[in-house]
Design a protein around this ligand. Structure first.
Ligand code: FES
Length: 69
């Protein structure tokens, strides 16, 4: 679905940007152009970004650290 009509940025584009290292709206604007024209998409873009970041955090695998004996 299109999140930013002005720059044809979809929710998939935002999730892909997160996979490639985007972590905030400033980075999202710079890498995708999302929300850098009329700005009416900024709330929706921020919500999709936060959801994508939450999924990314949940997918991190924690590896236990071995303590020396
Ligand atoms: S809809 Fe995203 S900048 Fe206009």
């Amino acid at each position: 679905m299109y999140v930013c009509v002005c720059n044809a940025v979809t929710d998939s584009d935002i999730r892909k940007a997160v996979d490639e290292g985007v972590r905030n709206m400033k980075q999202l604007r710079r890498t995708t152009g999302c929300s850098n024209a009329c700005g009416s998409c900024s709330e929706d873009a921020a919500e999709v970004l936060q959801q994508a970041l939450a999924v990314k955090r949940e997918s991190l695998v924690l590896i236990p650290v071995m303590q020396p004996a």
